[in-house]
Design a protein around this ligand. Structure first.
Ligand code: URA
Length: 273
């Protein structure tokens, strides 16, 4: 195997484990990190703290927004939006998500049919989405569209994400980043009023359903999603993220089965009793 192939294989394997929910690696023998840290502190004088990082955009805004205050502001702004257009404007004006200051070019809200019965919620915008201002428009989005099309769901979905700014390096959004964006996401669900949610990827499923299981344990199962104020509840199904399917094509069969389960319930709900 050439070094390039070795590297690709290692990256694919790491991505597979990350998607499967493995977030830490452990050795055979325990390591006392506290003792190690104490030794290092004894050995080295503490360096002066670095100066605060200037905001990349140069625009005013909190370098490390207070998450509690940001959440309260997000709730207020989201509640005031009476239409999806107003919600998109509120998101674009919201300054409380730390991701906004980490190199994102613009807010990325949603695409698709606002009357669609299925709302697809991905993790967060990637590079193509950041450039074009719409979710799932890159390679993963094209695969998602092909799968939705094959399941008869083209034009029946409204697509958004748990966060509205691209995480740097396409890393997984943190729970705090997802939490400050959640009021906007909930407001989107309320305004679209879909019949069900399809949660693409572990970071979406964990955040939306507030569960701590890996995506492989959750995918293909129905969960009940409830809005924070308890006024809405909807069936929600986690499935594998299309970016994961691009790296692990053998897993497409599982995602396909999830879509069939979803469309079966959707069609059943649409049939006269
Ligand atoms: N991955 C996501 O989760 N969302 C996007 O919009 C694009 C890629």
């Amino acid at each position: 195997m050439t070094p390039a192939l070795d590297r690709r294989a290692a990256e694919a394997l790491l991505a597979f484990w990350a998607e499967a929910g493995v977030e830490a690696l452990y050795g055979e023998a325990p390591i006392d990190r506290l003792a190690e840290g104490a030794e290092r502190l004894k050995a080295k004088p503490r360096p002066a703290p670095p100066p605060p990082t200037p905001l990349r955009s140069g625009r005013p805004g909190p370098a490390a927004p207070d998450i509690g205050a940001a959440l309260a502001q997000a709730q207020e702004m989201a509640a005031a939006a009476q239409t999806l257009e107003q919600l998109a404007e509120a998101i674009a004006a919201f300054e409380g998500c730390p991701l906004r200051y980490e190199g994102a070019r613009q807010a990325v809200f949603a695409r698709g049919n606002p009357q669609g019965p299925v709302m697809v919620i991905g993790e967060g915008p990637g590079g193509d989405e950041d450039a074009q201002g719409a979710p799932f428009v890159g390679r993963a989005g094209q695969l998602l569209d092909r799968m939705l099309g094959a399941a008869g769901l083209t034009d029946r979905v409204f697509i958004t994400n748990t966060v509205f700014w691209r995480p740097p390096g396409n890393r997984t959004p943190t729970p705090a980043e997802q939490a400050v964006c959640a009021p906007f996401l909930e407001r989107a669900v309320a305004l679209v009023n879909p019949k069900m949610l399809l949660l693409a990827g572990g970071a979406s499923a964990k955040s939306v359903l507030k569960r701590d299981e890996g995506i492989l344990a959750m995918r293909g199962r129905w969960f009940e999603w409830k809005s924070a104020d308890g006024s809405l509840d909807l069936p929600a199904m986690p499935t594998l993220h299309p970016a994961f399917l691009l790296r692990q094509p053998a897993a497409k069969k599982k995602a396909w089965l999830d879509l069939l389960t979803l469309t079966e319930r959707l069609d059943r709900a649409g049939r006269p009793a």
